[in-house]
Design a protein. Structure first.
Length: 231
């Protein structure tokens, strides 16, 4: 395999509920055999690539035109189904010797708030960990008036994987840390403290390549793996 010639490590992100190919979409907010069929193929691909971390999203919160309802039946149903799906998928992941990492999202999907993500991990009752997405966390913190460090403090024992990027606190812009409004120094300090297994720099654009190099050096200086991903 050509990829074997590169001295790099890989992680996989599973197809999401809005994936471009409809028959690959996964929505853990619903109990579907389709979810497990697609995920087993993902695990098989992971084993071929010697991947250890697989990132997954919580279920959608949708009931007709109703979204963003944390108190109603659509949310509760999506939360319970996500936990049930994760419990089954966590057991299947162990068979393939891979680790599932549940990513914190924005508030149209289950897994927005830090305590919510923590509750999901406990409810799944299996070896599932967290992917902390700093851009999503910053938007959530700004929207709901919670400290950004709550994500690190609450999820610290479970964070194995980090998606590192910045934004203006409103839109998921995927900027290099320092080109948005996030407190970069605090975020880097927390990343060093929790020592995740993998840090991925997720960028859509950047203004200055030197900013990108500085962030890479900041993370590499603490002997952590940093992948650069242009999405």
């Amino acid at each position: 395999m050509a990829l074997d010639s590169f001295d790099v490590a890989y992680s996989l992100h599973v197809p999401t509920s809005d994936a471009r190919v409809p028959n690959l979409r996964i929505d853990l907010g619903r109990m579907l055999h389709h979810n497990f069929r697609v995920m087993e193929r993902v695990f098989e691909i992971a084993s071929l690539l010697d991947v250890r971390h697989i990132v997954i999203h919580g279920g959608d919160i949708v009931a007709g035109d109703q979204k963003y309802d944390f108190s109603g039946i659509p949310y509760r149903r999506s939360f319970v189904n996500t936990a049930r799906n994760l419990k089954v998928l966590g057991a299947l992941a162990r068979e393939y010797s891979v680790t599932l990492c549940l990513e914190n999202l924005c508030d149209d999907r289950v897994g927005c708030l830090p305590v919510e993500l923590l509750a999901l991990l406990h409810a799944a009752n299996t070896d599932i960990y967290a992917t902390l997405d700093t851009g999503h966390a910053f938007i959530t913190a700004e929207r709901y008036g919670i400290p950004l460090n709550d994500f690190f403090d609450v999820l610290c024992p479970f964070i194995k994987h980090v998606h590192l990027h910045d934004n203006n606190g409103l839109s998921d812009l995927h900027l290099p840390p320092g080109e948005g409004n996030m407190d970069v120094r605090s975020v880097i300090r927390y990343i060093r403290d929790i020592q995740p297994g993998v840090v991925i720099l997720e960028l859509k654009t950047f203004a200055d390549p030197e900013n990108v190099k500085e962030i890479i050096n900041a993370v590499r200086g603490d002997t952590r793996l940093l992948e650069v991903l242009y999405v």
